[in-house]
Each structure stands twice: as C-alpha cells, then as structure tokens.
Ligand binder design. Sequence first.
Ligand SMILES: Nc1ncnc2c1ncn2[C@@H]1O[C@H](COP(=O)(O)OP(=O)(O)OP(=O)(O)O)[C@@H](O)[C@H]1O
Length: 353
Amino acid sequence: MIKFSKVEKTYASPAGPVPALKGIDLEIAKGEIFGIIGLSGAGKSTLVRCINMLERPTGGKVIVDGQDMTALSDSELRAARKDIGMIFQHFNLLSSATVYENIAFPLKLSGKSDREIKEKVEPLLKLVGLETKAGQYPSQLSGGQKQRVGIARALASEPKVLLCDEATSALDPQTTKAILELIRDINKKLQLTVVVITHEMQVIKDICDKVAVIDKGVIAEQGTVLEVFTNPQQPITKEFISVLLSNELPAAFRGGNISQEPAEDAYLLLRLTFIGESADDPVIADMIRKFPEVETTLLFGNLDHIKYTPFGRMIIGLKGETAQVQAALDYFKTRELKEEVIGYVKRHDSTSD
Ligand SMILES: Nc1ncnc2c1ncn2[C@@H]1O[C@H](COP(=O)(O)OP(=O)(O)OP(=O)(O)O)[C@@H](O)[C@H]1O
C-alpha cells in the first residue's frame, strides 16, 4: 500500500543543510497498523509527512496505492491526498466551527451538497461516539473528544490510509487507551491502512502489527511488533522496550558479578519469554515437578498483551547440582517459549541496597 524506496529529505536551514531522512526503505501493507517510533528529532514527522507530500522528499520515491507521489502534478496530488487522512497531536480543529462543521469541512471544500454532507457526517459522528456533541465548539470539548472530531474529519473523504502523527501524545493514559481502541476499531471496520507515529512504545504495543524504529534519519530496526519486542537487536530498541518491561532483578541479585561459568552457590539466571498460547502453559510448575532437586526462585514476572497476543516475561533463578540445572535448562528448550541465559550470580545480603 505504501512503499518508501531510498527516501531522503534534507532541509535547508540558515545554519546549513539538515539531513532528516537518510535513505528510508519501508513497506506498509494494506490494512496494516504500522508504527514508527523514534526519539525527538529522529525524523518521524518528516517521514509521515513525506507520505502525503506535506514534505517533498529530496531523493527517492514514495509509492502510495500504486502511485508515485513524488511524480504527481499539483492537481493529481490534490486528488491523491483525498485517499490519505491525517490526525495530529494538537487536533488542528477550526475553533470557530462546530463539531459538525469541522467534520463537514473537507466535504464542503470538495463541493458536496448539504444533503450529501449530512449523509456522511451523521454516521461519522456515531462512529466516533459524538452524536450528542454535533452543535458544540472545540473549546467545549475534552482532548479525547477533540481527537474524535479529528478522526471523523480525517475519515470524511473515505481515505484508504490514515496517518496519525503523535495523535495521543497530548492525552492522558485513559483517554489514550480509548482513542487507540477507536483507531483499532476503524482499522478493522473500514480495512484502513494506518500509520502511527509515536515516541511511546506503549502505543506501538497496544495497536500496531508492525513497527519500524527510526534513529537519526535511518531505520534502525523493523519487523512485527512481536518479533521486535521479543528479540530486539539494536540498543535503541532495547531502550524503548525497557521503559515498558522493567526486568530488573531483586536487590539481592543486583550488583553482583554475573559470570558465564557455573559456581558453587550461584543461581543460573534465566529469562523466559512466553508468547501467545504458551503464556497460559504451566511450564514452570511442570519443570519444578520434574526437577524437584533444583531450587527455583521467581525473580521477575510480567504478563501483558501485544495487541491481542498474550506476552509474558519472567526471570527465574535455578540452583542445584550442575547436571540437574543443565537438565532443567534443556527441558525449557523442549517447551513453547524462548529462553535466554543471563548468567550465574550469587545471592548477596541486600540490606545495604
Ligand atoms: N522545516 C525544517 N527546517 C529545518 N530543519 C527541520 C525542519 N523540520 C524538521 N527539521 C529537522 O529535521 C530533523 C527531524 O525532525 P522531525 O520533526 O521529523 O523529527 P521527529 O522525530 O518528528 O521529532 P519530534 O518528535 O520532536 O517532532 C530534526 O533535526 C529537525 O530539527
């Protein structure tokens, strides 16, 4: 649906050229919710604005629904933009227009009759849950309601793609959740392709199918959200994830020397990741039953969801005879989970911690 080939964008500034995108290759499939995450200044807004040519790339190609956006004339571009809706962090509503008029605005611009507009706007009001607010002005609405207006307005021209530029960054966590749910619903109901720009991994985790991590104008890593979450490769990705999944060890295990060699009295620290159905599997209980001589300590546990997929992470400590501990480790390899040896560490007195 959307394809970036070697896209570059360099801004001219009084201080000299600013390279914001340095050869971006991306492919976003139809109907997908694709997240782009990066720190401030990484190039996220520039990237998303290159989809609808609010920014023109200085190199490379952007294909949307088979059309090379970089090669369109102004009138062709105006037509192509009808297929691409956009919502913004600060909503960008007309303050002197009612909710109804804000949603109707793009339809009015394209010359639709009052009746046609009514037929479009009323179902949209219902879709975003604002049936009772049609006559109100933006100043009378909460942030979440304003974003609902933004979404309805973006959908008025029946786009194929919805671009969300930090659409929930100005909202509290609960409102963020509700807006993300709405975007997810719309994606399903309308088979809309959605591109989400964010600096928050939580947003990616809650609604995206795929994610690309952008760092200093370059895609550092990309894949399905599950892949990237369970097996992050780049330090920047690990950092985004660690904000969400603190896997810190309890004080008694922190600060000690983690060795890769077994030692007397040392615990083998194991990070276990359970995905999908296996999150409900009683793997630990089975292991304890099978290897009762191995002392098993649960050091960290967390069960969460990536979109609809259950996702659990656990750190356990195993202590016992080397051969027995190794056998327990081998047992995990036969089960539906990912195991990663952190190393061997001795428990220490943590009172000074
Ligand atoms: N119009 C402009 N003129 C010059 N430089 C710009 C312009 N717009 C963006 N930049 C620069 O391009 C780089 C990428 O900016 P961009 O806004 O795309 O990043 P971002 O990841 O969206 O950041 P943020 O989350 O802070 O908005 C930054 O170094 C920024 O300063």
